[in-house]
Design a binder for this molecule. Structure first.
Ligand SMILES: [Zn+2]
Length: 220
């Protein structure tokens, strides 16, 4: 994606965003508020994998389990009944969330570009697709989410967790969340609402400045 290309979500023209004291450069969409790191600074897949392996995403980390429990309580249970089919897209090195969901009676498939590159989901249909801590790693969220939305059953739901950015260039410059080298794209609720619209979905819930749920209303 070159500098001249418009925002892939809403097609508005990007503005440059250059946080002081950081050599990395970003582009920010003045219309849908999406922010993306310039391609030159996006780490290689090898570097990204190295970084993911340092994440403390193990079942022994109680904070991590708690975060997922809250996510399930707020973004899963109210929208899909037990026994329904779920895809955990970007599950990471250990299927922590998938295990929690399986214990609750959901039928869960997992996919991860690095740790579980099984593309079987492309022939399946799901009532719910989950992306926790995934969107911030995507250079083009529309491409990925479009493929996933086509895997949804009618009235299917996509539940998302990614920390919303402060929508203020000074606060963004100091924001801890963008310091992780694999975090390359950032969203607000407005961005997610725009994405939902592009996909023919509706944003039906948001909470805790990091969670959102969109539902497919159209019958396909
Ligand atoms: Zn945009």
């Amino acid at each position: 994606m070159g500098q001249a290309n418009p925002c892939p979500i809403c097609h508005a023209r990007f503005l440059p965003l250059n946080p002081p004291a950081d050599e990395r450069a970003y582009r920010s969409c003045p219309n849908c508020q999406w922010i993306v790191l310039d391609k030159a600074w996006v780490p290689s897949l090898e570097k990204q994998k190295e970084r993911y392996l340092q994440h403390e995403n193990s079942p022994e980390n109680p904070g991590y389990i708690e975060m997922f429990e809250e996510f399930i309580r707020v973004c899963v249970d109210p929208f899909v009944a037990g026994g329904k089919r779920i895809l955990d897209y970007g599950c990471g090195p250990e299927p922590v969330l998938a295990d929690l969901l399986t214990k609750r009676g959901y039928a869960v498939d997992t996919y991860d570009l690095f740790f579980k590159p099984d593309e079987n989901y492309k022939t399946q249909k799901y009532n719910l697709i989950i992306l926790t801590e995934v969107l911030e790693h995507l250079e083009n969220p529309i491409t990925v989410l479009r493929v996933l939305s086509e895997r949804l059953e009618p009235q299917g739901v996509i539940s998302i967790m990614t920390l919303f950015h402060p929508n203020d260039s000074e606060k963004f410059s100091k924001w801890w969340y963008r310091r992780d080298i694999t975090h390359i794209s950032f969203y607000t609720l407005m961005t997610l609402r725009e994405i939902a619209q592009v996909l023919g979905m509706d944003l039906i819930f948001s909470g805790s400045e990091r969670m959102a749920v969109m539902r497919l209303e159209r019958l396909k």
